[in-house]
Write a protein that binds this ligand. Structure first.
Ligand SMILES: *Cc1c(COP(=O)(O)O)cnc(C)c1O
Length: 412
């Protein structure tokens, strides 16, 4: 078929490539997780642009779905929430000496404090003449942020001196788990024991925290004894499973992000055709190649050759190297004519190509891309780049998820 005889389909502006975010799925995931964690409160973790889903839309949806708190890593992320008019409680926990503690205190952002930050926070509180709200963080075994156990008593004592001076209030005590995604490992028991000890030390020193919190998504799902007064949930709210042996569906969660594009070129090639840089893949028969206009600049890992792309109900593995802007699927000898319902008769040109979505109708899942890239679902969604426009369907008011909200070609 020469280009001159290919019918030209009408352009569908805005649909060339997109990450469709199903806000109804997020709201329903939150409702389900809140049933699991009740009576503990629910913090919706919206750091890193809500794991790539869009911080403002997700934060608003989460609050409408009943989340009482928002969580971000950086103060700058929390300030952006405030600038957008979101006045719910927000906790930020990862600071540097350059963090804008004054703006944080002024804007009522709760601050995690592992030790060194205390002086900065108090100086900010003095400057803006307003008591800071802090959550003291104990390292119970993760070995990242958090006060080491030998320094805990001194940190608590220092904080209580400042609290008695009206410079701050210790609103929370918290920690973070290392291996909760592997529920059979004993370290979580040890971390919970150390957390209870740290709480006891703080309470003996007069701390009266509103919220004690340690559970992330895996602990929310697998460790009711880790819920305390609040859980901090990211991954599960977006509908993904933190467990290697349980899917989203097993957990009653619906993945909220669908990444899709349109086939950019469809052409017949002979046997022996090399595909993409390095010519690592060579066709073994006369076949049809489909060009998928997403690449590593869009956040598709370059290493993830073999990742799934669904076109007209069939899932194909990516063949050859993934490039900056594009990658290729081998549609097979039937590819040319096997697309009766494609927008262009007899060709997959312009057909919707889904990389991952909610899994309805057996569609590909983000976990398959994670496996192809040797990583975890968290990293795939978080790295979908800003070159892929986000679009939104549904919302917190939309009743029960029927699992079709973000299906291929759905919405918008
Ligand atoms: C990112 C993060 C969370 C959320 O973890 P999920 O596994 O995505 O639920 C909770 N707490 C802290 C401190 C975090 O950094």
């Amino acid at each position: 078929m020469s280009p001159s005889v290919v019918p030209v389909p009408a352009p569908s502006h805005g649909l060339e490539r997109q990450a469709i975010i199903d806000l109804s799925a997020i709201a329903n995931n939150i409702r389900r997780l809140r049933e699991i964690c009740a009576p503990a409160q629910f913090m919706a973790v919206v750091k890193a642009d809500a794991y790539g889903h869009g911080m403002f839309q997700v934060a608003r949806t989460a609050l409408e779905a009943g989340a009482q708190w928002l969580g971000t890593a950086h103060v700058s992320e929390a300030l952006a929430l405030r600038a957008a008019g979101i006045d719910a409680p927000v906790l930020s926990w990862l600071h540097t000496p350059e963090t804008d503690f004054m703006a944080a205190v002024e804007q009522d952002i709760d601050l995690g404090c592992s030790g060194w930050e205390l002086g900065h926070i108090v100086a900010a509180a003095r400057e803006v003449q307003r008591p800071a709200r802090i959550h003291l963080k104990i390292d119970t075994g993760l070995g990242r942020n958090g006060c080491s156990r030998q320094d805990w008593q001194a940190l608590v004592a220092a904080a209580m001196v400042y609290e008695s001076q009206g410079l701050l209030r210790v609103v929370g005590i918290f920690s973070h788990l290392a291996v909760a995604d592997e529920p059979s490992r004993p370290e979580t028991d040890e971390q919970l024991e150390r957390f209870r000890e740290a709480i006891a030390v703080a309470e003996a020193a007069g701390v009266q925290p509103d919220v004690r919190h340690i559970a992330n998504t895996p602990a929310t799902l697998s460790r009711p004894d880790a819920h305390f007064d609040m859980v901090r949930v990211g991954l599960g709210m977006y509908g993904m499973s933190p467990f290697a042996d349980q899917t989203s569906a097993d957990l009653g969660l619906v993945p909220a992000m669908t990444v899709q594009t349109l086939i950019a070129l469809c052409k017949d090639v002979p046997s022996g055709q090399g595909v993409s840089y390095g010519s690592n893949y060579k066709t073994t028969q006369a076949t049809t190649l489909g060009l998928v206009p997403l690449g590593y600049a869009d956040g598709i890992p370059r290493i993830a050759t073999g990742g799934p792309v669904r076109v007209n109900g069939v899932t194909y593995p990516v063949v050859g190297r993934i490039a900056m802007d594009q990658m290729v699927i081998d549609l097979g000898p039937a590819g040319r004519d096997g697309f009766a319902d494609a927008e262009v008769p007899g060709s997959a040109l312009g057909a919707t190509a889904v990389l991952f979505g909610n899994g309805a109708d057996g569609g590909p899942l983000v976990e398959q891309w994670a496996a192809a890239a040797g990583t975890i679902n968290y990293e795939i969604v978080t790295r979908i780049s800003q070159r892929v426009p986000r679009s939104y369907v549904g919302g917190a008011g939309d009743g029960a998820a029927d699992g079709t909200g973000a299906a291929a070609g759905g919405g918008l």
